[in-house]
Design a protein around this ligand. Structure first.
Ligand code: GSH
Length: 435
């Protein structure tokens, strides 16, 4: 009813006032045509407006860009003169601060670990010194008892026998008493005497008279990674508890000189108050002393053969690799050639073996050569030489795999990365006293 009353004119107005988008669908193109056809030039079409906007934007961008180039050129000139923008300065300062912080943190961690190592070494040396002192006192007491026991011998043979027996018995008991002190180490003193260890002896921190300076860390770690490892492997294979005392080879301790006065080198094994030096000799001592898990064969001929191969490894193979690390040019080529020849011989020997030189189990010959499994690759990398080739030496390759996979060995293998660093330093310094 209401609808019928709306006048027609009103409907038209409503239609005209409808929002633009409702009718735009079919009117836009029409509009453009109308505007484009305008010859008065008063109205610009959509495409003309678009072109106009774009060129305005382009000139805006061009102006900004030119400004940036100008600023960049000025900044570059200033940078060349060492002047930086304030935010750049801030960033540089922050980066430097961060770097400094990191360096300080690393430095304090390093200092802390060195202090700890130093403290532990000093404590261990104190313990060792006390033990050596006890051993000397025991020897003195023994000599004294022997002297007394000999006195009546001149007059009374019966008395002597009785006394002698009891001394022997005491000795055995005392040896058992010292047994826990089974230690691998290097210490020194200029000579062995009967005096008590002096203050200096116990605290050698200020010692500098060795003439071996500047290589402290390198030597400490390299020392640990080769010959000492032999001894530790042997003890571990036999399940013997031991205490490991580190020696600073650039500043040898009085204890090392006392215990290994001839060679003044590590490793040294201290057992029951007695010191044993030379890694191969120590290995044999260990095998003779603790019978479980033998590392040398029982048969005399087989034992001799094992000793032969150990000597061969030392003199022909290991020695050549050591020298190759330190030499260059022709000399180095000669050493590499010798190492390869020795390796060919070892490859031939291993061909008939089950897993190791020692057969099914790791033995003397394996232990002597063992650290080469890590050293060889490191020396090759550091000295830029090639000795080992897994295709040419498949048996040796298998032996290396078997060796490093053995749990006891695996736990005591040196870190390759650390060795690479140490060997670089050693090669640069050309100081390699290892013989
Ligand atoms: N033939 C000895 C060699 C010992 C050796 O050369 N030890 C090195 C460390 S691995 C050493 O103490 N070097 C210090 C020096 O020569 O002054 C062994 O087998 O024990």
């Amino acid at each position: 009813m209401w609808e019928g009353m709306v006048p027609r004119r009103c409907v038209l107005i409503v239609r005209m006032l409808l929002p633009y988008h409702v009718v735009a669908d079919y009117e836009t193109e029409e509009d453009d045509r109308i505007l484009d056809s305008d010859t008065t030039g008063q109205m610009s079409s959509r495409s003309q407006q678009w072109d106009h906007n774009i060129s305005a934007k382009v000139s805006e961008f061009t102006a900004t860009f030119e400004k940036q180039i100008l600023a960049f050129n000025i900044i570059s000139r200033k940078r060349a003169l060492g002047e930086f923008r304030s935010e750049e300065k801030l960033m540089i300062e922050q980066a430097l601060l961060q770097e400094e912080k990191q360096t300080i943190m690393e430095l304090s961690a390093e200092i802390e670990s060195r202090e700890k190592a130093g403290r532990e070494a000093a404590e261990a040396k104190m313990r060792m010194a006390a033990m050596v002192q006890a051993e000397q006192a025991r020897a003195e007491a023994l000599a004294h008892t022997e002297m007394i026991s000999r006195a009546p011998m001149r007059g009374n043979a019966f008395g002597t026998q009785g006394n002698g027996g009891s001394v022997g018995h005491d000795m055995a008991r005392q040896e058992q008493g010292v047994n826990p002190d089974e230690i691998i180490h290097g210490w020194r003193n200029t000579q062995r005497d009967n005096e008590e260890p002096s203050e200096e002896f116990l605290n050698d921190e200020n010692e500098t008279e060795n003439g071996e300076t500047g290589m402290q860390d390198e030597w400490r770690e390299v020392g640990e990674f080769d010959l000492n490892t032999r001894v530790q492997w042997a003890l571990k294979l036999k399940g013997i508890e031991y205490e490991y005392v580190e020696e600073d080879l650039s500043n040898k301790s009085p204890l090392l000189l006392m215990l290994n006065p001839i060679h003044k080198k590590v490793p040294v094994l201290l057992h029951a108050g007695k010191s044993i030096s030379e890694s191969l000799v120590i290995l044999e001592y260990i095998d003779d002393t603790w019978k479980q898990n033998p590392i040398l064969p029982e048969d005399p001929f087989e034992r001799a053969k094992a000793r032969f191969w150990a000597k061969f490894e030392e003199e022909k193979f290991i020695e050549a690799i050591r020298h190759a690390l330190l030499s260059e040019g022709e000399q180095q080529e000669k050493e590499v050639k010798q190492a390869i020849e020795a390796l060919e011989i070892l490859e031939g020997e291993l061909k008939s073996k089950e897993k190791f030189f020692g057969g099914e189990k790791i033995g003397f010959v394996d232990i002597v050569l063992g650290w080469v499994t890590v050293w060889l690759g490191v020396v090759e990398e550091v000295a830029g030489i090639k000795v080992f080739d897994s295709h040419k030496f498949p048996s040796f390759n298998k032996w290396m795999e078997n060796f490093v996979e053995t749990p006891i060995i695996k736990d005591k293998l040196p870190s390759r990365d650390k060795l690479v660093l140490q060997f670089h330093k050693i090669r640069q310094s050309k100081r390699f006293t290892h013989k």
